[in-house]
Write a protein that binds this ligand. Structure first.
Ligand code: AMP
Length: 285
């Protein structure tokens, strides 16, 4: 790719963006509510990802409020492991989100291609996620929909949390049922009040999935997955080989009583993270 400007489109926060400000490149992917294109801000040549969402879809699914919330939350967050939303604009039919470009694409693709990740890779991603979530929790944001499809990689292999569609800004315990089945904490499956600790549970699920290639409570049917989650029916296969320290971390996160789950601070101090995670969060292997 040709060299591009380092000046992000946010440099002029008052600017009203429009489609004329961007040169549109190749499609990067397709999501539930629209397509994402590689794009370049015409003046600065800054490379971004432009997400196009059709207003009709938003209205059909009645997610105007959710999208607005996602956009407001994501614009306010500044962390090296959280995908930046630089701004947005709209025309008669579409809404355009100006997003940080994640050159490495979905972590999900990498996981599916290699079957499972090495302990170094897994620990680096868990450490990056933990730091990003600690930052979110400080700002009273619970993500609640952390899953490999929502994790992107930049050109250096650094993890970026994307998609704040289900996140919520809150100081109190929440009651709404949401999220994706395999990653749901027991208190969410049982529709009980939940708080920040749901994200800690998800870190345990992801750590398992990174190392074994499948989420721990996968089952034939939704109701079987629900049952396995509620029972914390956790089985460690004998292959591939995973260290006892990695299993220890998973066991301390997948705890039914949310108040007993390892805190984000304690995850960062866990010996498996200390030994295996890249301190810069860079993971190109
Ligand atoms: P989404 O609608 O957010 O699910 O995005 C659809 C797909 O587009 C994702 O699965 C990614 O493969 C790709 N994509 C989304 N956002 C970006 C981005 N900021 N940089 C690179 N690829 C992206």
């Amino acid at each position: 790719m040709s060299p591009h400007s380092t000046q992000a489109p946010e440099a002029n926060p008052k600017k009203q963006w429009s489609l004329q400000d961007f040169e549109i490149g190749k499609p990067l992917g397709k999501g539930k509510f629209g397509r994402v294109y590689l794009a370049r801000e015409a003046k600065s040549k800054y490379i971004v990802a432009l997400k196009v969402i059709f207003k009709e879809q938003i209205e059909k699914y009645r997610i105007q409020h959710q999208l607005r919330r996602e956009m407001e939350i994501q614009t306010s967050l500044r962390h090296q492991n959280i995908l930046r939303l630089y701004g947005w604009f709209h025309d008669a039919e579409r809404i355009f989100l100006i997003l940080e470009y994640a050159h490495g694409g979905e972590l999900y693709g990498k996981l599916r291609k290699s079957g499972h990740l090495s302990e170094n890779q897994a620990a680096t991603y868990i450490s990056s996620l933990t730091q990003a979530l600690a930052y979110c929790h400080e700002k009273h944001v619970i993500h609640r929909d952390i899953k490999p499809e929502n994790l992107l990689l930049d050109h250096e292999g650094r993890l970026k949390i994307a998609d704040f569609g289900w996140s919520v800004q809150s100081r109190s315990k929440r009651h709404t049922m949401c999220g994706t089945l395999d990653y749901l904490a027991p208190e969410m499956v049982e529709n009980k009040a939940h708080d920040y600790a749901v994200d800690n549970w998800t870190l345990g699920i992801l750590c398992y999935e990174f190392l074994y290639g499948v989420p721990p409570f996968e089952a034939e049917s939704q109701s079987d997955t629900f049952k396995r989650i509620v029972k914390v029916d956790l089985i460690f296969p004998s292959t591939p080989h995973v260290s006892a320290e990695a299993k220890d971390l998973i066991l301390r996160l997948l705890v039914k009583d949310s108040s007993k789950r390892l805190s984000l601070q304690k995850i960062m101090e866990h010996s498996w993270i200390i030994k295996n995670a890249d301190p810069e969060g860079i993971c190109s292997k």
